[in-house]
Write a protein that binds this ligand. Structure first.
Ligand code: F6R
Length: 328
């Protein structure tokens, strides 16, 4: 897993090259909205894209994590089916509904039924490099391809793609210090229950961090965002619990009001949690800061696996669940 994580900055560059060469045909019908179906490691990329394009995209970008798609997905919808294996049943179910609705479909997969069906039906698809043992280690591929699809369909310009290139250089430069910080944090929280708080705009990072703690670190974790948690979860902090370790993901992009909210929130939860830590995002823009935190979270999850004596790659229980479902 550490080798896969170390390869993330290079994966971003490779992903830019794959997307540049991809053939995405313009839709016959105007595109008014977009919907991405994908689960777990193949779904999270869409959450990042939705956050990154928010200030630029003229159309809404929705993500769905289940079997069914909303009623509004129609022939004026860009519908992306994202599954690294190409065989995830929820995503295949959404994909079938995309076809029934006549949406503009693009498939993202390394192999499997999704690639076969895209080929057989003459649909646009981008084939990702095959052979990774962990779809969650392929976030760079799925995220960057979605930006390319939007760019090639004329929905966004190229500045976010430039920022991805910049982020890759930035992460390469900071790789060592990121690893060091991740190691320090892992030593502090490996026997705790981590709780991640961050700003709404950084929610994809918090979700990614939680997923990586779950899958790589084999531990439970939860997250919430500011300001929403100020209106509910904050009240849940009433009793001291030394098992809880709260990680605040901070950013120079926080507005003054959100900064003040975060400080007050820190004070309140600090009265009850076992420990409170801050992780400051580095970078010049949302893309750079988000990917900086992603990379740190990925390293942190690998070190948590070490500290806790687990193999970060192994996800036997997910395999068991998928196999049990397939048998029924
Ligand atoms: C495994 C992982 C999982 C998968 C998910 C969907 O590394 O992260 O969350 O991504 O089970 O499978 P795929 O990605 O093949 O559609």
């Amino acid at each position: 897993m550490k080798k896969l994580i170390a390869g993330f900055p290079a994966q971003l560059i490779e992903a830019l090259e794959i997307g540049a060469a991809a053939n995405i045909r313009k839709s016959e019908k105007p595109i008014h909205k977009a919907y991405v179906a994908g689960m777990g490691g193949s779904g999270i990329g869409a959450d990042f894209v939705a956050s990154f394009i928010r200030d630029e995209s003229p159309i809404p970008y929705h993500t769905g994590k289940g079997y069914d798609i909303p009623a509004w997905v129609d022939e004026n919808t860009l519908a992306i089916a994202s599954s690294y294996s190409g065989n995830t049943e929820e995503t295949l179910s959404a994909f079938q509904q995309f076809q029934e609705r006549g949406a503009k479909i693009v498939c993202l997969a390394s192999a499997g039924k999704l690639v076969e069906s895209a080929k057989a039906n003459g649909l646009d698809y981008i084939q990702l490099p095959a052979g990774s043992p962990s779809p969650r280690a392929c976030l760079g591929y799925s995220l960057v391809q979605q930006l390319w699809i939007l760019n090639k369909l004329g929905i966004i310009g190229s500045s976010l793609l430039d920022q991805i290139r910049g982020a890759s250089d930035f992460l390469t430069k900071h790789q060592e210090s990121i690893q060091e910080r991740a190691k320090q944090i892992a030593a502090l929280i490996h026997d705790r229950v981590p709780i991640i708080y961050t700003l709404d705009r950084f929610e994809p990072v918090a979700v990614r961090m939680r997923q990586q703690f779950n899958e790589n670190g084999k531990m439970l974790c939860w997250h919430h965002v500011i300001p929403e948690m100020n209106h509910n979860e904050l009240v849940g902090w009433r009793e001291e619990d030394s098992r809880l370790a709260v990680l605040f993901l901070r950013s120079s992009l926080e507005s003054h009001r959100n900064q003040t909210r975060t400080e007050i929130t820190k004070e309140v939860v600090g009265n009850f949690a076992g420990s409170v830590l801050e992780i400051q995002a580095k970078g010049d823009n949302l893309v750079e800061q988000s990917l900086y935190l992603v990379h740190l979270a990925d390293w942190l999850s690998a070190y948590l696996a070490d500290e806790r004596g687990f193999d970060a790659i192994e996800i036997k229980v997910i395999d068991f669940l998928k196999e049990s479902l397939a048998r029924q």
